[in-house]
Design a protein around this ligand. Structure first.
Ligand SMILES: NC(=O)c1ccc[n+]([C@@H]2O[C@H](COP(=O)([O-])OP(=O)(O)OC[C@H]3O[C@@H](n4cnc5c(N)ncnc54)[C@H](OP(=O)(O)O)[C@@H]3O)[C@@H](O)[C@H]2O)c1
Length: 290
């Protein structure tokens, strides 16, 4: 059987790595990115670069989007130039961005009206895991659609977890990231307190990472703080977005996420201080940074 043709929309930190793994696995790949210059290098590696999401989607069996937020996702799927307008009947559409449940459900209905199926399949892992094909997909949607998409998802990941029906992948991702966000916010505040109290930074980090608070995430963030690599792995403004989406979903379901609200406040003050494009490990620098 010929390899399914794949379209990938969004070539940011995550999408760029994902595209290279799809090419490495031999999939015929068409890519689209709003700023075309981010897509051009992939042409030399074998991808076709499309001028619009619609053009990218045309003729594809599997269409994947991984963009910043709800607004970006709407922009790439909807409208005359959107990917939905180009999707062939029977294609499997995969939304891997971290989004609100409301928009994911709306998109699933629009996709079904078009005679296609949507999988919400956000990811865990970050820049390094995207580049290494070691992501984990958290999938909501039907068994049949997932069965068709599985080999393609497998080329970018170390695991594909079928969470449940449509939008359940999106929900577990918001839950996952609100827990991650509040750990990051607590580390930022902890380091600010240590600095103000005159503690040695290196010693403080060592004690915290080797003690009970030293979760895998805290260790990862501390490694990023210690490294000289200024390139973000996960932009701080995107964690603010995830916390905001989680708080909104909690309100909708009558579960006030007070810890997520507090973390959102900490991330919000970091964005106001101009740290939005920095890696999320910079949260807390607004209290007198490194
Ligand atoms: N980085 C991580 O560690 C990580 C981990 C798990 C999940 N995620 C999620 O994955 C998604 C992508 O993250 P990322 O880190 O790859 O972000 P990123 O590097 O900031 O890239 C964002 C992408 O979205 C596009 N975009 C933004 N606004 C748009 C709009 N209005 N219309 C069309 N395209 C738009 C950007 O296009 P331009 O290049 O033209 O700006 C770019 O392709 C987000 O939902 C994020 O929450 C990220």
């Amino acid at each position: 059987m010929p390899q399914p043709r794949v379209a990938l929309i969004g070539l940011g930190i995550m999408g760029g790595g994902m595209a290279r793994n799809l090419l490495g696995a031999g999939y015929p790949l068409t890519v689209y990115n709003r700023r075309r210059e981010r897509a051009e290098p992939l042409a030399a590696e074998g991808a076709i670069v499309a001028d619009s999401p619609r053009e990218a989607a045309q003729g594809a069996d599997i269409i994947i989007s991984i963009v910043a937020d709800d607004d970006a996702s709407r922009a790439v799927w909807l409208g005359d130039d959107g990917a939905l307008a180009g999707a062939a009947r029977g294609a499997v559409l995969i939304e891997s961005s971290t989004l609100t449940i409301g928009w994911v459900r709306e998109l699933a209905r629009l996709v079904a009206d078009r005679g296609c199926e949507l999988l919400d399949a956000p990811v865990t892992g970050s820049r390094l895991q995207a580049a290494a094909g070691q992501l984990v997909f958290l999938v909501g949607g039907s068994d049949a659609a997932l069965e068709r998409a599985l080999p393609v998802l497998a080329a970018m990941s170390r695991d594909v977890i079928h969470v449940g029906p449509s939008s359940s992948g999106a929900l577990i991702k918001l839950i996952n990231n609100f827990m991650a966000g509040l750990q990051a916010a607590s580390l930022g505040e902890a380091m600010a307190l240590a600095r103000e109290g005159g503690l040695d930074e290196a010693k403080t980090l060592e004690i915290l990472t080797n003690g009970a608070p030293g979760s895998p995430l805290i260790r990862t963030l501390v490694d990023r703080i210690a490294s000289d690599d200024p390139a973000p792995h996960f932009a701080l403004r995107l964690m603010l977005k995830d916390l905001s989406y989680a708080v909104a979903e909690g309100e909708r379901l009558g579960v006030p996420l007070r810890t997520a609200q507090a973390a959102r406040e900490v991330f919000g003050s970091a964005v106001e201080a101009g740290l939005g494009d920095r890696d999320m490990s910079a949260v807390g620098d607004q209290f007198g940074g490194r």
